[in-house]
Each structure stands twice: as C-alpha cells, then as structure tokens.
Design a protein around this ligand. Structure first.
Ligand SMILES: Cc1ncc(C[n+]2csc(CCOP(=O)(O)OP(=O)(O)O)c2C)c(N)n1
Ligand code: SF4
Ligand code: SF4
Ligand code: SF4
Length: 1179
C-alpha cells in the first residue's frame, strides 16, 4: 500500500503518535514543545481514539514539577502517560524522572531540544536540556528529521512498553519541531500492530490498586539500596537490542529502516563525524558533496543515546576510519562534552586505537551547514587537529574555533529555494505554511518550510525558508542561495541584507508602492541596487497594501503576496496554484463569513494582474556608488558595535571577545528605530486639552508631552508647534505633544484614548523626517517633572518614562502599567520579572527598554531569574537591600555612639542623624543620603582625625549606593502569579515583607501563545482548552486579601486611570507586601476591532462586572475603617456585549453554541457571586 503523505511539522507528527499510544497527556506549555500539546488537545477535542479505542485524556497542571508528579502518579495508577516539554520545563521534571526510571515505568516524554538559560535565555535549539537528564536513567532517542520524529516517537512508545523503561525522545527545537515537511504518515494500525499487548497488561497489573495492594516509594537503609540498583542492570542491558528489533519490525511494515547508529558515507571512510539531531542531515548532505570530490568521509547519526551501546556504535564505524570528530551540541562548562566522552570510552573499552576529537557547535540555535561540516573534516586532515574545538563562531579569546572554508552549496540544483521576509503577525508565515501544504499535498514534490523569528513579540522580523524539490530534502539549515526572495516590508530594504542570499538570475519581489527604477533609487541604499544588478536579479513590485486596503482586508497583505509568489516562482503551474490557493482561502476563512472569503479572492485576482516588473538599467545600477557612511559617534560603543549588527541580523559575525558577559546595558531600544508603523498619530494643538491620556495609555512610550519656555523654543524646528500650557503651575510654559515616529507601532491606542479628538493618523512616510527632527529637539528640552503632582493623570505625563520603545505587540496592555510604574518610582525601582511577555517586551539580549533617566542617570534595575521563582527572586533582592541598608544604619549609629563622636562637626552628626531617622522613607532617605554622601565626598580625612571613625565613614562610602531606599517590584503574568509561581508569591506575601507585586492578568499564558491559566474565564477558548474553559477562574485578590496584612488592588487603567495611579501610590507607600492585579487585554483575546481597542476593552471588562475595581488597604483598620474600598463593582452592561467583541468567546459560540450558552450563564452567576462577596466584605 502506498503510504499517505502528511505535510506537517515535527511537533504535529510527534503528538499524533503520542495521542494514539497513550491513555493520557499531562501538560504544561513551554516553547518549542507547546504546539505538540496543542495538537494533542485538538485531537482530543475532535474525539479521536487511541490504539486502545478510547479518547485519551488531557490534563494541564500548574508547572512541569506538577506535571512530572502527575505522570508518576498516572503511571503507578496503570495509565500509559505522556508529555511534551523542553529546557527549563524539563529541568523541573528531573526529580521525578529519577523515580520513574528507578521504578521502571514505561512512558515517553517528547522534548524538542532547547538551550537552558545560562549566560542568557534562548528559545532555540541545543542539547543542554537533553544532556541534563542523561543521568536520570531514562532511555534517550534522537530524531533528526520530521519523518524520524514521527517514526522514532512510535519506536520510543513501543519500546518503553515492551522493555518497561521510560523513554526521552529528543528532536531539534524549532528546526524539527516547527519546520514543515512532507512525510509518509505512520498509520495508527501499524502502531497497534506493533504494540506488545501482553506488556501493556503486565504494566496495568502492577499498578497501585486496593484490589491487589502493593507499596512503591520505600525508604531503604544502607544495607539494600545498592543491590536494588544493580538489580535493574538487565533491563538496561537488553534495551538496545530490543529497540533494534523494533526498528527492524518497523522497517518490515513501513520500508523505513533505522539503526541505533546509522552510518552514511564512503564504505572505506578515513574520517568520520559522529553527531545527532537535524545537523546529521546537513552532515549527510555535506558528505555526499565531499564524496563526489573524492574524499573518504562519513557520518554516524546517533539515534539511541541511552543506553549507550558501544557494540552498536563500533559496528557502525567503518574499520578503515582513523580519525573521528564527535560533535556535541552543548557546552559543559569546565568539563568535556558528554557524547565525546562516551565515544572515547567506547574505543578505550574495546581497545580500538583511533584519534578522537571533540567539538562543540550550534549552541542556542546557531546554524550548522555543510560549510561547518567541511571545516570539521579540514581539521581532521591536519597532522595535529585541534581538539575540543568549536565550529560556527570566531573565538578570539580562547582560540578554539575552526576556520571556515568557502560556503558550500550542497543543495541539489533541482531544489527550488524561496525566502520571504515578513513582519511578525502580518500573515506571511501563515501564508507560507499554507503554500507548503498546497504544494506538498497536490504535487509529488518534496517540501520543507522553516521559519526564523527574532525575539520580538508581533511586529518583529520573520524569515520563512521554503524548499521544494523532486528529491528528498536534507538541507536542515536556512537557505543560503535562494531562487526567489520576497520582501514584504519595504522599510527592510534599508535595514537588512536580503540580496546576498539571492542566486544569480534569481527573482526579487517587493511589497511596495514603487513602480519605477527611479522609485527604487530614491528609497533603497545604492549597495542593495548594485547587488541586485550584480546578481542580474529580476525585480518585481506589488502594492499589496493598496490592494488589501481597497478590497477591504485592512492591513492583511498575505494572500495577494502569496498569489504573486505562485505566479512568479513557477513551483506549480500558475493557474493550478491560484485555484488551489482560492480553495485554501475558502477553507480557512469561511467560518468568518463568505464576504471575507470573497475579499481575499478579489485581492488574489488583483495581485496576479497588478504586480509589475521593474526594468532597471543594469549598467547604471552596477555603477552606483555608496553614500559615505556616517557613524553617529554620539551613540554608545555597545550600540554601534554590538546592537546594530545584531539588529541587522548580522550577529553571527560578532566575535567571542565582543560579547558582554557580566551584565547588559540599559536603555538601548531607543537606538533601534524599527519604523514599524504605516501610519502615525498627528497632533492637533488646537483641540488638545492637555489631559495626558495619550502618553498614559501608549504601550510603547512613544507619545509624550513636552514643556518649554518661549526662550527655549527659539531654535525649534519650524513645524514644532506649541500651545500655552494649561494650569496655574505651568504658567509661562508652552506645551506640545510629540511622537517619536520611528518608534511608533501605529497601534492607534493613543488616538482612541484621546478625549478631545486631537490625534489622527497620518502616513508615516509623509511625516517621518519632520517628526524625527521635532522629536530630537523635544527630547533635548529640560525635564520639568516637579511642577504638577505626579500622582495624577495630568502630572504623570511630565514624569520621564523609564521604559520606552518596548518590543510588546502593538497595543499591548501590559507595558503601559510598567511604564507608569517607572514614571512614578523608576528612579528607585528594582524590578524582578517572571519569564513571560514582560521579560520579552522589556528586552531581549542587548535591546533593553528599561532605561536610566536622561538627566539623573538612575533608573529601574531589572532582572529575570526563572518563570517559577520570580517572587522568591524578588524577595532575595529585597533581603539583600534590607541587610545592606541596615548595615549602613548600624554604621551611622556606631559613629554617633563612638567615644570620639564629640569631635565631629555638627554638620556631620546632623547629617548622620537625619539620614538615620529617615532611612526608611523613599524620598527623605534620598534627600538626607545625598547630604551625607556630599559631606563624605568632601574628604573623610578632613572630617575626623580619629582612625576608627574614618574607617566607619569609609564603610558608608563603600556602599553609598544603598543610602536611598529602594522600591522592590515582582512583576509577571497570571501564568506566573496564579499558577507556577503562586507558591512563591503566597510565601512572600505571607512573610509580611515590603515586596510589591504587579500581576499582568491577561487571562492566559500569552508568551507561549495563549494557553489556559487559572485566570482564564469560563467559556473562553484558549490553547489547551480548545473546547472552552470549563472551570471558574481563581480569585487571586480574594486569596491575598484573606491574609489581612497585604495591600491588594484590582485595577484597569483603561477604565479608571485615577484609581490605577492611586493603587500604585498606596502599594508602594505601604510598608508590607502589596499585590496589584492589572487587567491586560491581549492580542490572544482576538479583539475584533484590533489591539487599538485594548484600553477600551478594559472598560468593557469593568462594566460587565468581569473585572471589579477595588483597593484593600490594611492601614485603614487602624483608623477604624473597613480596609476594602470598592471603586467599581457593578454590572452596568450586558456580558454578551463584551463577549461579542472577542474571538475567544465567539469561537465557542460558533463551534458549540449549547456549551457556549451554558458557560455564559455560569460565568454570569460567577460574576454575581464574586461581586456580592466583595460588597459583603466591604460592609
Ligand atoms: C519552568 C518553565 N516552564 C515553562 C516556561 C515557558 N513559559 C515562558 S513564559 C510562559 C507563560 C507566561 O505566562 P504568564 O505568566 O501569564 O505571562 P504572559 O506571557 O501572559 O505575560 C511559559 C509557559 C518557562 N519559561 N519555564
Ligand atoms: S500609535 Fe500606538 S505606539 Fe504610536 S504613539 Fe499612539 S499609542 Fe503609541
Ligand atoms: S490625549 Fe488628546 S487631549 Fe489629551 S494630551 Fe493627548 S492629545 Fe491632548
Ligand atoms: S501580553 Fe499579549 S499583547 Fe502583550 S506582548 Fe504579550 S502577547 Fe502581545
């Protein structure tokens, strides 16, 4: 029977198998494994049955630590369980992994590999996570491609059951987990056929059951534990042969033969590399290329890594081999890498003398291509090859890196390679996934799609790499020589090098309004045009923005651009491709209404007719000269030498010595100038009432008011219009609202927030230069922060935002709360953030949005520990500060109490006393701290002759940066505060210490794509809750209030700015723990009118009663008052009005109207219950 083709990514392929071969999945989301769990959820939602004839169950727990406990229990309860995780999630499972192995429980854990956070966090692939579990006793299997991920997933499950041991299945994060390939589907019947039903029976029979009770988890004395460990040996010893037997049986049924170690290459190879994962395919491609050149080389692809079978490994290596390079995709600091050690030991044990060299590659997703493989073989050719080398970086510190030869093009010429540069969430990636599916399922072509993202939220850069060919595609790395390059954002022409990866005579297509060579000459750097001419590129342009707008698709340009790709690339006959595209459009959008389908069809038809070829004068473009490069030396060195190459996606070229290792500089996003917005707000001075709302709500701190004297405005640019500042305290000053155009995301939040209709959109291109100059001028004006009380909507706007130009999604509701925090307390804030969106929008390595004050230099110190421990991390920061400041206070006391204190001048003693009396006051500790510091800086030697007093004063000076009181904030999402980090939060608030919490409650795990948390409301569809949330949400505020000594506030800045500001003020001033829970509508809610309405959505949340506003201040008890103040807890608007605005509810309404109805009723009664409870408490 001809196998059915499946076009899917690695996660889907794996989770399909896991679904069929298990009774239950227990999950917690973490990139890049999350989509596997989501697919499992969808299959469960569809009622798909497993090989046992049952729909398997899915359970989400509060953390991976919880998951591993759940798995352990499920296994001991006799259920075949599975999970998907990665990286930090895997680390949390380690304690239970030991137990599961020790009890020989059959389970398969699927782990797309991902770097563990060490020097920096990374969501990309290396094996530092996988290697961290190699001592747990789990069998470890590595898959190298999407096909293998499916097939070996099944081998893992089957072997685990038959051999009664747990299996860890690893496949490369992002590269294999997220890249799409055409594979042969493994039928459920084959899995069923291969299943050892007796082993399943035995497994279920030994479960914990009161019908035939047994005891697990005993405590052993010194006498027996050793023996019981040795007793497990036979099970591990027999496993390699058992797995190989399964692989052979599998081959008989599918035609796909695997070995524990697969060798590819010359039968008499002299040099061999050993590695595993997707890079093995790149190595295979390189071996084919090098063999054609006559080199005797080969590669051993490792599948079964644990138990490590020496016998099978040695049998796989040709006898002729003299030199071996073992490549580990992880770095074991201060030691040799694991697979290298295994191979060395295998040879030593067998008495085989070969030279074995170890190398490290591909950390944190660094590319590994045939060029790198060639570098490794070049090294082996040397008389004295470098051992313990690295490949893929330039190590100018410890000089371990191998020199790279010329780029090798090992991709078969028949393979068509296409690259698409898009903007995150513009639909480019989705359209490309569709294109692969269309081509893969409708033609015999092989296909592959891999997707590269920068670390930004939506709005970042995406690059899609698509390959199509008649031969199987082994190129598991990004495209280096493309036949077709599409640029979907014209601003990229200035920013990125897109042409160097285009082949000679290739096609370059751009989404732009440019219609002539002159337009290109006006907008593009000469270098880019010269390169296009050098490559003799065929150049095309399509104004997809215009088409999308005119047909009523708003900013969605993906379909017209995809249509042009189909026409120009000729991967399929154009007519066939367009009709398939239209069919796909119908399938995707019909649930949203036929009008949407027809608009997309219309856009496709217009695109196929309206794209134009730009016939440029090749000679002219070849002769174009570069404009002199002006290096702006006012930018910090770090920005010029590190950040700018990284922003241009040239980070690979940075050397080891150029990498910061101690800490990262703050305030660098201001240099990024992403130029994302197509339209930016324009200020109408006459209408403006100077309320401050626009700057308050802007998620990116792009729009700000400025105050200036007429004198200061003398040199202002001509268009720098100002009006008289309103209010007595601002007498004599002029006022202006100014944006930074290149930092604006065009989200429109400010426009909707303006009560006076004083802002409107205007095209970015038209105002860019003028507003840039205006912004530069405005930014150099003095900061006048003291004139109006900062704890008011009007006053806060004049405070410097010490969080600016964050990488949040346009319109994000989390970042404006954090910006407000920095406006109010930024100069003294220590901010600990949990992993989640708030760590990503605040900054990715080197691109930091928290910034020091321009004129004062101080600003928020910002750090991240982990997802699970943020409360404890912040507690630690607080404890360190507390201890160090107490030491200063004691030192002051010791000076004043010293027998020689009488000799000190009154200036000194007064300064010491005043600081001591006020050292717990935020403002005054700074005022008196500055006085004291000033005195000590005049010279301690001049203040006293007494040696002991001098020594004490030097102690103060040594820690003078602790004189001002700091304000500690633990911030993070509901996933952290309600779920994984709740235990820590609970403990810290119980401690009574002065740690403040700011919880961004967006009702789900936004950063990993929107999975359900305990804050998700009833009825809302979220990932892992594809059929709608069925549990009531948790009331964190009520739990925190129950302590009595915790300040608690529930706020929504879009609904009540004054209440929000009050809550921040009260929380910080309260000398104890505070919890502020902030309403944060998110892109994952699917607000139908777009994220420009994120602040308006908050009003709906409050008015429908979903989000009551209140403050609970324990200080009021001493005044004889009820601590609870209800600011707004009433149902003023029908709940349905809000639900109709959000796709997360509409999805359920469409798919399952009955459940929707029932859940909405439940939600209403939950709202009523919570509101009634609040009012009762406030009585
Ligand atoms: C131990 C661990 N498990 C999982 C993750 C993956 N992870 C990172 S952020 C996140 C979700 C964050 O959700 P939330 O706290 O609600 O913040 P949001 O992104 O919604 O702002 C998850 C699951 C992780 N970093 N560490
Ligand atoms: S459009 Fe958005 S990013 Fe731009 S200034 Fe307004 S609120 Fe800020
Ligand atoms: S929101 Fe409107 S009225 Fe208020 S300061 Fe901004 S532009 Fe002026
Ligand atoms: S919270 Fe939502 S809107 Fe904000 S950055 Fe995260 S995903 Fe985007």
């Amino acid at each position: 029977m001809c196998p059915k083709a499946l076009v899917c990514d690695g996660n889907t392929a794996v989770s399909r198998v896991a679904h069929y071969l298990s009774d239950a999945a227990i999950l917690f989301p973490i990139t890049p494994s999350t989509p596997a769990g989501e697919n499992y959820d969808v299959m469960v939602g569809k009622g798909e049955r497993n090989v046992f004839g049952q729909v398997p169950a899915l359970h989400q727990l509060q953390s991976e630590a919880g998951v591993s406990g759940g798995l352990h229990g499920a296994l001991l309860g006799g259920a075949l369980a599975t999970t998907f995780t990665s990286s930090q999630g895997l680390l949390l499972m380690i304690p239970n992994m030991y137990k599961i192995a020790g009890e020989m429980l059959p389970i398969t854990l699927h782990n797309p590999t991902r770097a563990i956070g060490q020097q920096a966090q990374s969501i990309y692939c290396d094996y530092s996570d996988a290697m961290a579990v190699r001592s747990t006793g789990w069998c470890m299997m590595a898959s190298n491609t999407v096909q293998e991920a499916q097939d070996l997933a099944a081998i893992c499950h089957l072997s685990a059951i038959k051999g009664s041991l747990p299996f860890f299945h690893m496949y490369d994060g992002f590269r294999t987990s997220h890249s799409i390939s055409k594979i042969d589907e493994l039928p459920k019947e084959v899995m069923k056929d291969l299943l050892d039903v007796d082993a399943v029976k035995r497994f279920r029979e030994r479960a914990m059951n009161p019908e035939h009770p047994v005891n697990f988890g005993v405590v052993a004395g010194t006498g027996t534990l050793f023996q019981s460990m040795e007793a497990l040996n036979p099970y591990f010893e027999r496993m390699p042969d058992l797995v190989q037997d399964y692989m052979d049986e599998f081959a008989k049924r599918t035609g796909r033969q695997y070995h524990l170690f697969d060798y590819v290459g010359h039968p008499e190879a002299e040099s061999v590399v050993i590695l595993m994962g997707s890079s093995a395919s790149a190595a295979e491609e390189a071996i084919e290329y090098l063999s054609k050149k006559g080199e005797k080389v080969g590669v051993v692809k490792v599948h079964l890594f644990r138990p490590f079978s020496t016998k099978h490994l040695l049998a796989a290596i040709p006898k002729t081999c003299r030199k071996v390079a073992v490549l580990d995709r992880m770095k074991e600091l201060g030691a040799k890498e694991p697979m290298y050690l295994d191979v060395v030991e295998a040879h030593a044990d067998a008495g085989i003398s070969r030279k074995i060299y170890g190398g490290v590659y591909g950390l944190g997703g660094k590319e590994f291509t045939p060029q790198h493989v060639a570098a490794v073989f070049n090294n082996l050719k040397k008389d004295k090859p470098l051992n313990h080398f690295s490949v893929g970086v330039e190590d100018d510190v410890t000089f371990r890196s191998l020199p790279l030869p010329e780029q090798i093009d090992a991709v078969p010429p028949s393979t068509k390679q296409c690259m698409f540069w898009g903007v995150g969430a513009d639909g480019t990636v989705g359209a490309n996934k569709d294109a692969i599916k269309i081509i893969g399922t409708n033609t015999p072509l092989h296909c592959q799609g891999a997707f590269a993202y920068d670390a930004k939220k939506s709005g970042g850069v995406t690059v899609s790499h698509l390959r199509f060919g008649k031969d199987p595609i082994k190129s598991e790395y990004y495209i280096t020589a493309a036949d077709y390059v599409a640029c979907h954002a014209s601003v990229y022409m200035e920013k990125f090098d897109m042409v160097s990866s285009l082949k000679e005579n290739g096609i370059f297509m751009i989404n732009s309004s440019w219609t002539s060579p002159e337009d290109f000459e006006k907008h593009c750097p000469p270098k880019v045009l010269r390169e296009l001419a050098e490559k003799n590129a065929k150049l095309y342009s399509l104004d997809a923005v215009k088409i999308a707008k005119e047909v009523g698709l708003g900013p969605r340009t993906n379909q017209p651009l995809q249509a042009v790709f189909f026409v120009l690339s000729k991967v399929l006959p154009a007519e066939q491709a367009i009709s398939l595209q239209k069919a796909a459009i119908k399938k995707t959008y019909s649930s949203k209404g036929m009008d949407i389908v027809e608009k997309n069809w219309a856009a496709v038809d217009r695109a196929t007719k309206e794209f134009i070829e730009i016939k440029y004068d090749r000679k002219k473009w070849l002769g174009l000269k570069d404009k002199p490069v002006e290096v702006d030396m006012t930018k910090p060195k770090f920005v010029r030498e590190w950040m700018e190459p990284v922003a241009a996606l040239k980070g690979d070229s940075l050397k080891v010595s150029e990498q910061p290792i101690w800490s990262w500089p703050m305030g660098t996003t201001k240099y990024e100038k992403r130029g994302l917005a197509k339209n930016v707000p324009q200020w109408n001075a006459k209408k403006c009432v100077q309320c401050g709302a626009c700057s308050f709500h802007c998620p990116h701190a792009v729009i700000r008011p400025y105050l200036a004297t007429k004198d200061e405005l003398k040199d202002a640019p001509a268009s720098f219009e100002t009006v008289k500042a309103r209010g007595k305290k601002l007498k004599g000053l002029q006022y202006r609202i100014q944006i930074s155009p290149e930092d604006c995301t065009g989200c429109g939040v400010c426009i909707k927030a303006c009560p006076a209709d004083a802002l409107s959109f205007t095209p970015f291109d038209e105002v860019r230069e003028v507003q840039k100059a205006n912004y530069k001028f405005a930014n150099a004006l003095p900061i006048r922060r003291e004139l109006v009380d900062k704890f008011s909507l009007k006053g806060q706007q004049f405070q410097e935002p010490l969080l600016e130009f964050s990488g949040a999604c346009p319109g994000c509701a989390e970042s404006p709360y954090a910006t407000l925090l920095t406006r109010l307390f930024g100069d003294r804030a220590v901010i600990a953030t949990a992993s989640g969106c708030s760590v990503v929008w605040a900054g990715t390595a080197g691109f930091q949005a928290f910034t020091p004050s321009q004129d004062r230099g101080c600003g928020p110190a910002f750090g991240n520990s982990l997802f699970e421990d943020n409360a404890e991390f912040c507690y630690g920061l607080w404890a360190a500060t507390d201890q160090r400041r107490k030491f200063l206070a004691e030192t002051c006391y010791n000076i004043l109490e010293h027998p020689a204190a009488g000799s000190l001048s009154s200036d000194v003693t007064t300064a010491l006393k005043q600081w001591m009396e006020n050292f717990m006051d935020y403002e005054l500790s700074k005022v008196y701290g500055d006085v004291l510091r000033g005195l000590l800086h005049t010279g301690i030697e001049s203040l006293t002759k007494n040696g002991e007093l001098r020594a004490l004063m030097h102690e103060i000076l040594a820690q003078e940066d602790m004189l001002s009181k700091q304000s500690h904030w633990a911030v993070g999402g509901d996933g952290w505060a309600y779920d994984i980090g709740f235990g820590g939060l609970d403990h810290v608030i119980a401690s009574g210490k002065n740690v403040n919490f700011l919880v961004f409650d967006n009702n789900q795990y936004a950063n990993t794509g929107g999975q359900k948390s305990k804050a998700t409301p009833l009825g809302a569809v979220a990932k892992f809750a594809s059929t709608g949330t069925r549990q009531k949400s948790k009331d964190l505020g009520a739990i925190a209030m129950s302590y009595g000594h915790v300040y608690v506030a529930q706020i929504a800045m879009g609904a009540d700015p004054a209440q929000t500001i009050k809550a921040f003020k009260e929380a910080e001033s309260y000398d104890g723990p505070s919890v502020i829970i902030a309403c944060c509508p998110c892109i994952n809610w699917g607000i139908r009118k777009g994220m420009g309405e994120s602040q308006i959505e908050q009003k709906y949340c409050v008015e429908t009663g979903l989000w009551p506003l209140y403050r609970f201040d324990p200080r009021r008890v001493a005044e004889g008052k009820n601590p609870l103040m209800i600011d707004n807890a009433e149902v003023k608007r029908p709940l349905e009005e809000q639900l109709a605005r959000e796709n997360r509810y509409l999805q359920l309404k469409r798919n399952d109207p009955e459940s929707y109805k029932a859940l909405v009723e439940q939600l209403k009664s939950d709202i009523e219950f919570k509101i009634a409870k609040l009012h009762k408490l406030a009585e």
